[in-house]
Design a protein around this ligand. Structure first.
Ligand SMILES: [Zn+2]
Length: 332
């Protein structure tokens, strides 16, 4: 009864549910590439365009480039600018979504850039700016792994660990744009240095970076290791895991215990209906992750001793951020 009521409430919270624009355009701005797509009401991709960001050319050149990529995606979808009501763009770093400002984006070398206004001038359309991970969570909550859930928390496990909370079809950005930042929870799994400058943040363990560090530690402690030396991709880790590599198996168990602790912590605070697990590590390991994660969450939270955690794999892959940005453009 309670769940049914919550879902009905959530529907009333989805802005313009009855009049979603026929086409929406979303952009994923990354440090190395720009990915843009056009979707219809059902989230089907009608057209796409990609280009390298070339951030070294400076802010103004990148803004122009984003506009070009957007026009190419419109051409690919067979639509015109006047078919769009607005445009959404997800960017990395610290974002002020209300002001449309990128406060700090180390990947792009930007500080205090009013991207929503500048790109809006370039495209002659309103622009909705958001954090890329939060838009990834919104994409998954609308058309991916957590669609139909009244509330969901998505984590993306890659080089780092990002998270996003979506309630009633809306991203919870928080009052400083920091909502969902699970990666920087101070966690009891060692004191490795984090990219944020602090030590022991959850993402220093619950990420591909953390996983590789744990494999190397296990090998140094004498466990047999099948992982090649040098740069490691998620595919290498899965291959070693499936070959029975003792160091990789022990490290993955440790990494998932940390991630499960993080998700149990989120559960204790917001108790979302569904958790979505995405990012490069999740795409590579797939379902292998779900049972150990659920076990860790059950061990760490009384909530999940009473209610089995609902864990789903992300479904939108590399399109999640751009699709979420397109969804957010419907709120402009
Ligand atoms: Zn940190």
């Amino acid at each position: 009864m309670k769940a049914a009521r919550l879902t009905a409430w959530a529907r009333t919270m989805i802005p313009g549910m009855a009049k979603i624009p026929a086409v929406r355009l979303g952009i994923d701005l990354g440090g190395t590439k720009i990915h843009c797509l056009v979707i219809d009401r059902k989230g089907r991709v009608l057209g796409t365009s990609r280009a390298s960001t070339k951030a070294s050319r400076g802010y103004a050149a990148v803004v122009e480039r984003i506009a070009e990529v957007a026009h190419e995606a419109m051409d690919d979808a067979g639509i015109r600018r006047r078919d769009l009501k607005a445009v959404g763009i997800g960017a990395p770093g610290m974002i002020d979504p209300a002001g449309g400002v990128i406060q700090l984006a180390p990947n792009l070398g930007w500080r205090s850039k009013p991207l929503a206004d500048d790109l809006g001038d370039e495209l002659d359309l309103p622009v909705v700016l958001g954090n890329d991970v939060n838009f990834g969570a919104l994409g998954e909550a609308t058309y991916g792994g957590s669609r139909k859930a009244a509330s969901s928390f998505a984590v993306f496990v890659g080089t780092g660990l990002g998270g996003g909370l979506v309630v009633g079809g809306r991203v919870v950005n928080g009052s400083h744009g920091f909502g969902g930042e699970i990666g920087h929870i101070p966690a009891p799994f060692g004191q490795a240095r984090c990219g944020c400058g602090r030590c022991g943040c959850l993402e220093t363990t619950a990420s591909r970076t953390g996983l590789v560090r744990l494999v190397r530690q296990a090998a140094a402690a004498g466990r047999r290791c099948l992982l090649p030396t040098g740069e490691v991709r998620s595919g290498h880790l899965v291959k070693a895991y499936d070959a029975g590599c003792p160091a990789t198996r022990a490290a993955l168990a440790e990494m998932l215990a940390a991630l499960g602790w993080g998700l149990a912590t989120v559960g204790n605070v917001v108790d979302p209906e569904v958790f979505v697990i995405g990012g490069g590590v999740a795409e590579a390991f797939g379902k292998r992750l779900l049972a150990p994660l659920a076990r860790a969450m059950t061990a760490d939270a009384v909530l999940y001793q009473r209610h089995r955690p609902a864990l789903r794999l992300a479904e939108l892959g590399d399109d999640a951020v751009a699709i979420g940005a397109a969804v957010a453009s419907g709120e402009a």
